[in-house]
Design a protein around this ligand. Structure first.
Ligand code: SF4
Length: 195
């Protein structure tokens, strides 16, 4: 683990914010990156299950994301191949309606530019959800518009919706995503892994 990764692992900046959420949990940064991996997955924030497991995407969203990428768990969790950097490293907690809170902005402000510098040039960056779209592409368009314009950024960057079950309806409404985008993404994943 790099010194930066160790620094993040011990971060407790959001302790007071998390204590005031419905879950009243402690920070537990899920840190999973190292320089020079061929793939970067830029996500949103760990959910409750990932908060428990301490490994990214150990939930149904992870199963769907691995399917989208066309890789199994062995490749997905190979730290030499895949870095996983969410917009917040900790589970943000639930609001009163049991929905995930957004990633705390302080995490991005404190860590992200340094992490991106540490990672260097990544051949394939996969952006998962609107928060990652905004940071990495600087866009202010809706998730649907950004994902629909995927060819503007491919093959180095692919903007995806979040793989949460909450987006199953979105997938049904936008069949071009599975028909057109995913085959190109899977081919690019294999290309950078075999390079
Ligand atoms: S979310 Fe980020 S800034 Fe907040 S405690 Fe976790 S690592 Fe630190």
């Amino acid at each position: 683990m790099s010194s930066l990764a160790r620094e993040i692992k011990s971060c407790r900046l959001c302790a007071d914010i998390f204590a005031q959420t419905e879950t009243a949990h402690e920070p537990r940064p899920v840190v999973w990156f190292q320089p020079n991996t061929p793939i970067l997955i830029a996500g949103q924030a760990p959910g409750a299950r990932v908060h428990e497991s301490g490994r990214p995407f150990t939930d149904p969203s992870g199963d769907r994301l691995r399917d989208w990428l066309g890789i199994d768990q062995a490749v997905f969790y190979d730290r030499a191949q895949v870095s996983i950097v969410p917009m917040a490293f900790c589970f943000p907690g639930y609001d009163a309606r049991n929905a995930d809170l957004p990633p705390p902005v302080i995490c991005r402000k404190t860590w992200h530019d340094r992490v991106m510098q540490d990672l260097g040039q990544v051949p394939l960056t996969v952006l998962v959800g609107g928060h990652a779209h905004k940071y990495h592409l600087g866009v202010r368009t809706s998730v649907t518009e950004t994902v629909r314009s995927w060819q503007d950024h491919a093959p180095r960057v692919f903007a995806l919706p979040h793989p949460s079950w909450r987006n199953t309806g979105w997938l049904k409404k936008n069949p071009w995503f599975e028909a057109d985008l995913l085959p190109v993404l899977r081919a690019r994943v294999q290309e950078v892994l075999n390079d």
